[in-house]
Design a protein around this ligand. Structure first.
Ligand code: SF4
Length: 465
């Protein structure tokens, strides 16, 4: 028989919780089982007046709203609040009934401004500690990678810096001065609407874009994000890896034994820093770039005697210290009689000067090791690709991190912390689901009086770290 549904009927009563209307396998229902933000009131209490003013939006509601938006891929506040009006799952997740008026979208903006990025970092760090307690993150083998995030600005907002504009206006300007300025970086483009974003590219053939850079440390066991930080786009990966690893170790309370990264981190200071921390680096060392007919790799550094030797076996002795290394000089008398002098020496020079970086021995060790990587090194490097790059892909594809939602470094950091929080909560939810599946059969066979939820909680599978 052909059915017909009457539309427009009034609901007189709705009894029970909205939870009954949300499917058990809905992402918000699964995450809610591992999410406990009851500690949050104490965390932000110092930011609110205790005896004056209108009661603000509940902090837990605000964070749950932000998390729900990112879990569902809704990154803009206005769109999120429009969706929350009609989405039962979001209403239930934030604890609002069907007829309750939702907060205004601007409340979320004000909360982000009031709390600052560090409060959101603490929320993220709680998820890391919860994952360690639940034994889905060991904090020993980690993968490090960085990814560019396109800033939320238009191409029209880009302008060259003032110096170049003035030079162009005075079209008779000294060409040499313009060239020097270009080399020193004074002529870079800047972004007028978001000055924190800087021009960067992640490929030789790709164009420069205004961007931020997210640096992430991902655990090897289940891909839990142990640390995340955002810098402007032009910051080099090698400058931040050591402090990010230190931060990850401090959060987990575990000593990192092995760190993998791609060739963008293959610098002597990175290898040296990792060796000093007792961390085994699995980073493919790059061959030395050949810029001269007699490249630096043909000079041998003797760490024992602190000298270098040139291809002709002449000694170069240490000289002036610079930022990351020292000059080594040959004697003019040796070079004057050398048949390679025309190739080896720069024009007008009587002797050879090279710079040996402070961690040059560590770089040489890494280059030698790269030539004979073990099966284990290769296996770890393969895991690096799908663990760390997998996290960046997941964050960008499913949680809106492909493009900055708001402007300014602090807003970008908040977006990154919340996205990493969401990813860790998903890992916790999956771990809980696996545990429940394993326990379900056992409980039925044993007739255990305890519920599966109680057992899961006793195993640390709960967000309240
Ligand atoms: S020019 Fe001087 S530094 Fe270069 S190979 Fe000859 S002796 Fe050595």
């Amino acid at each position: 028989m052909l059915g017909r549904k009457e539309r427009g009927q009034l609901e007189l009563f709705i009894t029970g919780s909205l939870r009954q209307l949300v499917p058990g396998d809905h992402i918000l229902a699964r995450v809610d089982r591992v999410l406990d933000l009851s500690w949050l009131h104490d965390e932000v209490a110092d930011l609110y007046c205790t005896d004056n003013g209108r009661p603000g939006i509940d902090p837990e509601v605000a964070v749950r709203l932000m998390l729900a938006g990112l879990l569902l891929g809704i990154v803009h506040d206005r769109k999120l609040m429009r969706e929350a009006q009609v989405n039962l799952a979001i209403r239930w997740f934030i604890g609002y009934g069907l007829h309750e008026a939702l907060p205004d979208h601007s409340s979320l903006t004000r909360i982000r401004q009031r709390w600052g990025a560090e409060r959101f970092r603490r929320i993220f760090e709680r998820t890391v500690r919860a994952c360690v307690a639940a034994k889905i993150a060991a904090g020993e083998i980690v993968h490090v990678d960085a990814s560019l995030i396109r800033a939320d600005v238009s191409w029209e907002s880009l302008a060259v810096r003032h110096v170049e504009a003035v030079s162009r206006a005075n079209s008779g300007a000294d060409e040499e001065a313009v060239k020097r300025g270009r080399q020193s970086g004074r002529y870079k483009k800047v972004c007028l609407t978001d000055p924190d974003a800087t021009m960067a590219t992640n490929g030789r053939n790709r164009r420069l874009e205004p961007a931020y850079k997210q640096h992430a440390v991902v655990d090897d066991v289940r891909g839990v994000v142990l640390d995340v930080e955002v810098t402007t786009g032009e910051v080099n990966e090698g400058q931040v890896i050591l402090e990010r690893l230190d931060a990850a170790a401090a959060t987990t309370g575990k000593a990192i034994t092995t760190a993998t990264a791609d060739a963008g981190y293959a610098y002597g200071k990175v290898y040296g820093g990792l060796e000093r921390r007792g961390i085994d680096p699995v980073i493919p060392a790059k061959a030395e770039p050949i810029k001269s007919p007699v490249p630096l790799r043909r000079f041998r550094y003797d760490a024992r005697h602190d000298i270098a030797k040139c291809p002709r076996g002449k000694v170069l002795r240490p000289g002036r210290q610079i930022k990351h290394g020292r000059f080594f000089h040959s004697r003019a008398r040796d070079c004057s009689r050398c048949s390679m002098a025309s190739l080896c020496l720069s024009k007008g020079r009587l002797n050879k000067a090279i710079v040996i970086s402070d961690d040059h021995p560590a770089l040489l060790r890494a280059r030698r090791r790269r030539e004979r990587w073990s099966e284990e090194d290769q296996r770890l490097y393969r895991r690096h690709r799908w663990r760390s790059e997998g996290f960046h892909g997941e964050a960008k594809t499913w949680h809106g991190l492909a493009r900055a939602v708001r402007r300014g470094l602090q807003n970008m950091r908040i977006q990154a912390f919340l996205t990493a929080t969401v990813v860790n909560l998903k890992r916790l939810a999956v771990a809980l689901l696996r545990l429940l599946c394993r326990l379900q059969g056992a409980l039925q066979r044993l007739g255990c009086p305890r519920g599966v939820d109680a057992i899961a909680h006793s195993r640390g599978l709960h967000f309240a770290a």
